[in-house]
Design a protein around this ligand. Structure first.
Ligand SMILES: [Zn+2]
Length: 396
C-alpha cells in the first residue's frame, strides 16, 4: 500500500467512526475538530463557525439543542479568482441489512472502504482534506482556494451550506464534492414542490346523502382532472435527459365512517421540477387545473404548500469547461454532464449566481443503503482532478 493510499484510508475510516447522523445531528463538534486539526497541520488558516441556535430552531425545532458547526479553511496567496470546495460530513442513519460490517465500523476490503458515509459524503471530505495537503506542499502555490465542511445536507442544508453562503465572501467558482462518480458532472439539480389539497364538504347520513356535500367524490374529480390533463403535459417535459414528474396521493386521508358522507378529504401532490421550469410556474399550472373544476363541484378546495425547493443550474459555466479539461487530462475521458434528480447543496451557491458544479468520488447507487462503500482509488483520482482544475484556473 502506498503512503498516499494509507493516508486516504486512515482519514476516511476516522471520519466514518464518528456517528454524524442527521437527524438529530450528533458529534458534529468532534468531526469538525478532527478536520480542523488536519487542516491546521497543513498550514491552512481555519475558522470554526457555530451555526446560531435560532437558525437550527427555525428549520429543525426539535433538534435545536444539537449544535451545528462548519469548518472553513483557506489557502489564499493571490488576489485572484477564489474557488470554494465543499463537502458535507453528516450522514443518513446506519440502517439495517449490512453484510460486510456494521455501519460505523469501517473495513477495507479489496481496495474498497465500507461504512456509512464512505461514498456520501465522507469520501468527498477525505478528497478535499488530501487536496488541501497537496496544495500546501506546493511551495510556490499561487491561488486562492477555500474549503468548507458542512452539516445537515441530508436534511436540506438550511443549517449547513444554506447558512454558510451568507457568512463568506462570494467565491468565483465552487465545487461540491458529492458522489457523482468521476465520469459524471452535475451542472444542476431538480426542484421539489409538495402540496396538500384540502377538500371540504358537508357531512350527512349515508341514508340521506342529498343533505351533504361529498368531499371525497369532489376531491376525486379534482385529482382525476389533474391526472388526465396536467400529468401528461408535465411528464412530457425533459431537460438534459431527465423528465419532470407529478405524483398524486402519496398521502391521502378523509372520512370517518362508512355510513357518513365525508365532509373532509385531502391528498398530496409531489411535483419534481426541471431547471428549465420554476416553482411558480409549476404551482400556477396546478392551481389553474384546480380552478377549472371549481364550478363543477360543491366542496371548497384549498391548496397548502408543504415544501418547496427551487431547481438550480449553472448557466454558461466557464468552470465546466475547465473541469472537463481537467477530467480529460487526468482520467482520459469526457465526463457525462447532467443534472441531479434530487436537490444537492450546490443549489445554494448556484442560486446566488456562483458558477458551481457537483463533482466528486463515490457512487450514488451505493449511498444511503447497506454496505455503502467507495473505491479508495476514486478518492485519489478525485484529488488529481481537483489539482489539475486548480492549475487550469491559475495558470494563464
Ligand atoms: Zn451527499
Amino acid at each position: 500500500m502506498s503512503e498516499l493510499i494509507r493516508q486516504v484510508v486512515n482519514v476516511l475510516m476516522d471520519l466514518i467512526k464518528v456517528r454524524t447522523v442527521a437527524l438529530p445531528g450528533e458529534n458534529y463538534l468532534e468531526v469538525v475538530t478532527y478536520l480542523d486539526n488536519l487542516m491546521t497541520s497543513y498550514g491552512l488558516g481555519t475558522r470554526i463557525i457555530k451555526v446560531p441556535k435560532s437558525v437550527v430552531k427555525e428549520h429543525y425545532p426539535e433538534f435545536a439543542d444539537y449544535p451545528r458547526y462548519i469548518l472553513l479553511a483557506e489557502l489564499c496567496n493571490v488576489r485572484d479568482k477564489r474557488i470554494h470546495f465543499n463537502a458535507h460530513y453528516d450522514v443518513v442513519p446506519g440502517g439495517s441489512g449490512w453484510l460486510v460490517t456494521e455501519p460505523f465500523k469501517p473495513v477495507l476490503i479489496n481496495g474498497r472502504v465500507y461504512g456509512r458515509g464512505a461514498s456520501d459524503d465522507k469520501g468527498g471530505v477525505t478528497a478535499l482534506v488530501l487536496l488541501a495537503e497537496r496544495l500546501s506542499e506546493l511551495g510556490e502555490f499561487h491561488g486562492c482556494v477555500e474549503f468548507s465542511f458542512t452539516p445537515d445536507e441530508e436534511i436540506g442544508g438550511e443549517s449547513g451550506v444554506g447558512y454558510l453562503i451568507n457568512q463568506i465572501r462570494k467565491p468565483d467558482y465552487a465545487i461540491v464534492a458529492e458522489p457523482t462518480g468521476l465520469d459524471t458532472v452535475w451542472i444542476g439539480s431538480m426542484g421539489i414542490l409538495q402540496l396538500d389539497v384540502i377538500v371540504r364538504g358537508v357531512s350527512s347520513h349515508a341514508s340521506q346523502p342529498w343533505y351533504g356535500t361529498n368531499a371525497f367524490e369532489d376531491g376525486i374529480k379534482v385529482a382525476y382532472a389533474l391526472i388526465k390533463e396536467l400529468k401528461p403535459k408535465v411528464e412530457s417535459r425533459q431537460f438534459m435527459g431527465e423528465r419532470a414528474t407529478i405524483t398524486l396521493g402519496g398521502l391521502a386521508r378523509g372520512g370517518v365512517s362508512r355510513n357518513l358522507v365525508p365532509d373532509y378529504f385531502q391528498f398530496s401532490i409531489d411535483r419534481r421540477i426541471l431547471p428549465s421550469e420554476s416553482i411558480e410556474h409549476a404551482l400556477n399550472e396546478i392551481m389553474s387545473g384546480i380552478d377549472n373544476l371549481r364550478n363543477n363541484i360543491k366542496s371548497t378546495v384549498e391548496v397548502h404548500i408543504v415544501n418547496k425547493i427551487e431547481p438550480a443550474i449553472s448557466k454558461e459555466s466557464t468552470l465546466l469547461t475547465k473541469l472537463m479539461n481537467a477530467v480529460k487530462n487526468v482520467l482520459g475521458m469526457n465526463p457525462k454532464v447532467t443534472i441531479s434528480r434530487v436537490p444537492v447543496d450546490t443549489r445554494y451557491l448556484q442560486n446566488m449566481g456562483i458558477d458551481s458544479l457537483t463533482y466528486g468520488p463515490g457512487n450514488v447507487s451505493s449511498a444511503h443503503g447497506p454496505d455503502e462503500y467507495i473505491n479508495v482509488s476514486d478518492i485519489v483520482n478525485a484529488v488529481n482532478v481537483y489539482t489539475e482544475l486548480i492549475r487550469n484556473i491559475y495558470d494563464k
